[in-house]
Design a protein around this ligand. Structure first.
Ligand code: ADP
Ligand code: ZN
Length: 198
């Protein structure tokens, strides 16, 4: 992994709950770099196969080609020498070593843009994200709209009971909620709650 050019690199983190526009914002920033003819490489964890294997796809269907990698070491090995901008989606699913990999890329002059969930469905900090946010020069927190009350929402409500922190791909399994409407336990969907019983 050698990224060599004279400019100073940096780390950007885009974080927030599900449906807050993290992927949209990541795609927007990377598109602009591509338009500027900068060499861009985009990665996502191989664990996240919602919609498309070789792409980042937002909930609003914006898409960008991305290379699935199984670990931070695999990501580091895949970096080409002329790459100036590195995008990483669903960064919370990477192992802790991603922080060192991202720091090294920035040290070598790359701009690294990471998007990921800052909290899991219980509201606890998610994996490597707190460390990535600490290492970053720029942190953007995006908020969704609470499906219950319409307030700005910083949390992801789990709707399907499952003890594991990671439950990927099932969009129906989560809803955006504000802190007042969020519960760390799985709940029925807002739609089910307001539907007339048959
Ligand atoms: P993230 O990567 O943070 O999960 P995406 O970029 O994939 O977010 O999707 C954001 C899009 O999701 C919004 O532009 C909007 O079209 C849609 N959306 C669906 N539900 C909500 C919600 N409750 N609040 C805000 N946006 C929502
Ligand atoms: Zn609410």
């Amino acid at each position: 992994m050698h990224v060599m050019h004279a400019e100073v690199g940096w780390i950007e983190v885009i974080c927030g709950p599900m449906f807050s526009g993290k992927s949209e914002e990541l795609i927007r920033r990377l598109r602009r770099a591509q338009i500027a003819r900068q060499r861009v490489q985009v990665f996502k964890p191989a664990i996240d196969v919602r919609y498309a294997e070789g792409q980042i796809v937002s909930h609003s269907r914006a898409a960008l080609d991305a290379q699935p990698v199984g670990s931070s070491a695999e990501l580091a090995r895949a970096i080409r020498g002329d790459t100036r901008v590195v995008g990483i989606d669903e960064a919370q699913f990477f192992d802790d070593a991603i922080v060192g990999v991202v720091e090294r890329l920035a040290d070598q002059g790359a701009r690294v843009v990471c998007a990921g969930l800052d909290q899991d469905y219980t509201g606890a900090p998610f994996g490597c994200m707190p460390s990535l946010m600490a290492a970053a020069e720029y942190v953007t927190k995006t908020l969704a709209i609470c499906t219950r009350c319409g307030a700005p929402a910083g949390r992801s409500q789990r709707l399907v009971p499952d003890g594991a922190q990671v439950l990927v791909g099932a969009l129906e399994a989560y809803e955006a909620r504000c802190r007042r409407c969020h519960s760390p336990r799985a709940e029925p969907t807002t739609r089910e709650l307001f539907e007339e019983p048959a």
